[in-house]
Design a protein around this ligand. Structure first.
Ligand code: NAD
Length: 499
């Protein structure tokens, strides 16, 4: 009998009442390990009502007191790091060390948000006019929501929840239905850390739950991370219902390898960034762009050997480079893409299809695949595969290499490997993507900077975490004040100016 999961509303786990469920797999065995309730419209609206009631009192707590809850939460998560990582790995399929990284990168944004007393400080201009002072303050929006993907079930919910609640909002999280157990546990830990019930509610569900969030007038802002088609749907629907939205989508991250790059370093970087977490990362490198034929030939030779040596294991296998894919459906999709690449004429140097893990024959395992001579008209180049598949696109020169990521419809991350500071600087300035790595393959910015892609990888004007997150989760109020001792000029019928 599969374990039955719940929602988390008003400070406790609550059974689903819709009668509708989704399957949560164990990707290592292929078995259904839990059923997750899929919330009805009414269940979501009840969770929002509960959050709205809790938010009023929470917003009245001073920011330092709110920060202390986050500090306690950090302590609890750190004490529970091992079991959180194992729980995460058991539903997602990533390895336990990688799952710890998932939790850790989320906690780093909680650490950032503990600075909320400082981050919320407004602006002040004394004497903007005679006897006139102008100041601004940042106030919480009210109830805000997050809709998150399967591939970082701890990190992305925390990237959204921590700044949102630190600012004095209540947060309704709709996590991925593929791996909901860690978000539920994090919500429990927040309560243990002293968060008032209702300030963070978790409703599990699918499109029905998302649509309830998007159309409820009490939700002031929606933060989304997932695939680009859904990001566009969420962005336009949220805007049509008067909400602010930031929606981050899919990716096709290129790594440029210049002829002067340290090739061994570049190969190590490509192996880790291309195949880590079975390629199920929005910042995974999926396209390698060697510049010039000699670089391409040398790179491909080294890469081929390394891809063949990749160790695929269960999430709990300490020697595994990566684990299984998240679902059978994901496994099939990646398998199909490899077939598409072959029929499009790309050269498949290493074929990861058909990989079987002994003793885990029904698990969603797949070996690493490597394509050479991929061209820009191919679907395997244009579309996001989201699996352990790396495509090599050979560029004749630097300008062609620069054009590839710049002209791609996705613009999440990009990396350049070179020893030449001039080229690196030039590249960082000109390339049309949101995040750039210089000899760093996965340039996920640290918590106090901001994270966000461009083009179809990111819709909305404010990024995740860092100072942008505080702007996103607050509204600015500006006060212009004059006390009676100021100048008395009588009634004025023209617009005040600073002349
Ligand atoms: P997904 O788009 O399938 O799902 C994301 C969320 O949207 C989930 O909570 C899901 O329940 C919900 N959803 C799915 N279909 C919906 C629909 N029709 N209407 C309303 N809501 C719907 O994405 P996923 O497979 O969980 O995650 C992988 C994707 O996320 C990849 O494309 C990856 O690149 C992207 N991603 C992007 C970033 C980033 O920062 N840009 C980070 C991580 C993942």
């Amino acid at each position: 009998m599969a374990n039955e999961l719940e929602h988390f509303i008003g400070g406790k786990r609550v059974a689903g009442t819709s009668g509708s469920y989704g399957d949560v797999f164990d990707p290592n065995t292929g078995r259904v390990q839990a059923r997750v309730p899929l919330a009805s419209d009414e269940e979501v609206r009840a969770a929002i009502t509960n959050a709205a009631e809790a938010q009023r009192e929470w917003a009245a707590w001073n920011p330092q007191k709110r920060a202390r809850v986050l500090m306690k939460f950090l302590e609890l998560c750190n004490a529970e790091m091992d079991s959180l990582a194992r729980l995460l790995a058991s539903e997602h399929g990533k390895t336990v060390p990688d799952a710890k990284g998932d939790v850790q990168r989320g906690l780093e944004v909680v650490e950032f948000a503990t600075g909320i007393p400082h981050l919320l400080k407004g602006e002040y201009s004394e004497g903007a006019g005679t006897g006139i002072d102008v100041y601004s303050m940042r106030q919480p929006l009210g109830v805000v929501a997050g809709i998150t993907p399967f591939n970082f079930p701890a990190m992305i919910p925390l990237w959204k929840a921590a700044p949102a609640i630190a600012c004095g909002n209540a947060f309704v999280l709709k996590p991925s239905e593929r791996d909901p157990s860690v978000p539920l546990r994090l919500a429990e830990l927040f309560i243990e850390a002293g968060l008032p019930p209702g300030v963070l509610n978790v409703v599990n569900g699918d499109k029905t739950a998302v649509d309830a969030v998007l159309t409820d007038q009490r939700i002031e802002a929606v933060g989304f991370v997932g695939s680009s088609d859904i990001a566009e749907y969420i962005y336009s629907t949220a805007a049509a219902h008067g909400k602010r939205a930031q929606c981050f989508g899919g990716a096709k991250n290129h790594m440029i390898i210049m002829p002067d790059a340290d090739l061994d370093q570049a190969v190590d970087a490509l192996i880790g960034a291309g195949y880590g977490s079975a390629g199920e990362r929005c910042m995974a490198i999926s396209v390698a762009v060697p510049v010039g034929e000699p670089t391409a030939n040398a790179l491909v030779e080294k890469l081929t050997e390394r891809v063949k040596q990749l160790e695929i294991g269960t999430s709990f296998d300490e020697s595994a480079d990566f684990g299984p894919l998240v679902t059978r459906e994901a496994h099939q999709k990646v398998t199909d893409y490899i077939g598409v690449g072959v029929s499009e004429g790309a050269e498949l140097l290493v074929d990861g299809r058909g990989y079987r893990k002994e003793g885990h024959e029904d698990g969603f395992f797949m070996g690493g695949s490597l394509f050479d001579h991929v061209t820009t008209d191919m679907r395997i180049y244009r579309e996001e595969i989201f699996g352990p598949v790396l495509s090599v696109v050979r560029a004749a020169d630097y300008e062609e290499a620069l054009r590839l990521p710049s002209e791609h419809e996705y613009g999440n991350g990009v990396a350049i490997f070179t020893r030449d500071g001039d080229s690196a600087r030039e590249f960082a300035g000109r390339v049309d993507t949101g995040m750039v790595g210089i000899n760093v393959p996965i340039p996920v910015p640290i918590a106090y900077h901001t994270f966000g892609g461009w083009k179809r990888s990111g819709l909305g004007d404010l990024n995740q975490h860092g100072p942008d997150s505080i702007r996103f989760y607050t509204k600015t109020k500006t006060v212009t004040s004059r006390w009676p001792s100021g100048r008395k000029e009588g009634a004025s019928f023209t617009i005040p100016t600073m002349e």
